[in-house]
Design a protein around this ligand. Structure first.
Ligand SMILES: [Fe+2]
Ligand SMILES: [Fe+2]
Length: 357
C-alpha cells in the first residue's frame, strides 16, 4: 500500500532526520497516537508528546539521520528496519554533549488507522544509544555492574528452592526463572484478555502491545538466553556421571515450548495481517498456545529448581561450576538488561504492576 510506505518514510526521513519538521507529525499521525520503545517505559501518548520526543533528538543529535533499511507492508501494519546515525552535539536525556558518534539498529512496527500512524512499537538495544554516551545502563534503569562477566542484574527475591545445591549456576538459573514467572503471568493475562474476541480491532491496544513484545521476547531472547544455556550445561553433568535419562524431559519440554512459541508467532502474524475472516481463529490459536505454554512451564521451572539443578549440582565440582557459569553467561545476549526492560514494558502495557527493583 503506497500510503503506508509514505507515512513510515515520512516519519523517519522528514519528521526525525535533520533538519526535521515537527509539523509533519500532524500530517502522518492520529491525534491519539501512541509509541512504546525500550527507553520510554510508560510510552508516549498524543502528537504533542511525540513532538517533544522528536525535539529531544533535534537538540541532542543535530546531524542525525534515520534511514529506512527495509520495509514490509501488510494491510495496516508497516514494519521497518532502521538505522540511526548521529553525533551527540547537544544535551540528550540529561546527558551533556559528548561528541560521541552513535549507530543504533532496530525495528519499528507501525499500526495505521485510515492511513495515519496510530501505534508505534520500537525495538532496539538501548545500549547502542547510551553506551557511546558513557552510560552503563539506560537513564532511569537500574545501575549495572561493571562489564565483568558477572551475572547480569536480575529481579530480587525468589522463593529459595528446598533442595539447593549451593552452586552458582543454580542460583543464576533460578533467578532467570523469576523473570520467566513474570513472562508466564503476562501470558496468562493475554490469554484471559483474548478469550471470546473475534476481531483484531477488538483487541485492546495494551493487550496488543503486550502480545507483540511477548512474541518478540520468545523469538529473540527466551530460547537463546535461557533454554540454550540449560541445554549447553546438561552434557557436562552427563559427562560427570549423571544419568542422561534424568534430563530427557528437559529437552522435550524445551522443544514443546519452541513449538508453542512458533505457533504464537504464526498466530500473531495472522492477527497482524488483518484478515477479518481468519481473525477469530488466529486469536484463539494465540491464546490457546499461550495458555498451554504457561501451564507447562510453571511446572517445568519448578521441576528444574527442585530436581534437575540440585542433581546436576551434585555432579559438578567447584571448577565445573565456574566453567558452567562461563558457559551460561556466554550463551545468548551479553547484556540481558534491555530484555528485562522489555518485560517491564510488556507488564505496563498489560496493566500488570512490575515488581519493585
Ligand atoms: Fe528449562
Ligand atoms: Fe529453566
Amino acid at each position: 500500500m503506497a500510503a503506508g510506505k509514505s507515512v513510515a518514510h515520512r516519519y523517519f526521513e522528514e519528521f526525525l532526520t535533520a533538519p526535521g519538521d515537527l509539523a509533519v507529525a500532524e500530517e502522518i499521525m492520529t491525534p491519539d497516537v501512541q509509541f512504546l520503545n525500550p527507553v520510554a517505559k510508560t510510552g508516549i501518548h498524543g502528537i504533542e508528546e511525540y513532538q517533544a520526543f522528536a525535539k529531544r533528538w533535534y537538540v541532542g543529535f543535530p546531524d542525525r539521520v534515520f534511514t529506512v533499511d527495509d520495509e514490509v507492508i501488510e494491510g495496516d501494519t508497516v514494519a521497518v528496519r532502521f538505522t540511526i546515525t548521529g553525533t551527540h552535539g547537544g544535551e540528550f536525556m540529561g546527558i551533556a554533549p559528548t561528541g560521541a558518534h552513535i549507530e543504533v539498529n532496530g525495528m519499528n512496527l507501525f499500526k495505521l488507522r485510515d492511513g495515519l500512524i496510530a501505534d508505534v512499537q520500537a525495538f532496539f538495544n538501548p545500549m547502542e544509544l547510551y553506551g557511546p554516551l558513557g552510560l552503563s545502563s539506560p537513564p532511569g534503569g537500574a545501575p549495572m555492574k561493571d562489564q565483568a562477566p558477572a551475572p547480569p542484574p536480575m529481579p530480587a527475591a525468589t522463593a529459595p528452592s528446598a533442595t539447593d545445591s549451593g552452586r552458582a549456576f543454580e542460583a543464576f538459573l533460578e533467578h532467570e526463572h523469576v523473570l520467566g514467572e513474570r513472562v508466564l503471568k503476562a501470558g496468562t493475562v493475554i490469554a484471559e484478555a483474548l478469550k471470546g474476541l473475534t476481531s483484531a480491532d477488538a483487541i485492546p491496544p495494551g493487550v496488543r502491545a503486550g502480545m507483540g513484545i511477548m512474541v518478540y521476547l520468545h523469538e529473540t531472547f527466551a530460547d537463546q538466553a535461557h533454554l540454550a544455556a540449560e541445554e549447553a550445561i546438561i552434557p557436562l553433568a552427563v559427562a560427570r556421571g549423571m544419568d542422561p535419562a534424568h534430563a530427557k524431559w528437559v529437552n522435550d519440554h524445551h522443544e514443546q515450548a519452541r513449538l508453542y512459541w512458533k505457533a504464537m508467532s504464526v498466530a500473531w502474524r495472522r492477527i497482524v495481517d488483518g484478515d477479518p475472516g481468519d481473525a477469530p481463529f488466529a486469536i484463539e490459536d494465540f491464546w490457546r498456545n499461550s495458555e498451554a505454554f504457561v501451564k507447562l512451564f510453571e511446572a517445568h521451572a519448578l521441576r528444574e529448581n527442585d530436581v534437575l539443578f540440585p542433581e546436576m549440582g551434585r555432579y559438578f565440582s567447584e571448577s565445573d561450576d565456574a566453567l558452567v557459569m562461563g558457559i551460561i553467561t556466554h550463551v545468548g545476549p551479553p547484556d540481558i538488561k534491555p530484555y528485562i526492560d522489555l518485560v517491564t514494558e510488556m507488564e505496563v502495557a498489560l496493566g500488570i504492576t512490575p515488581p519493585a527493583e
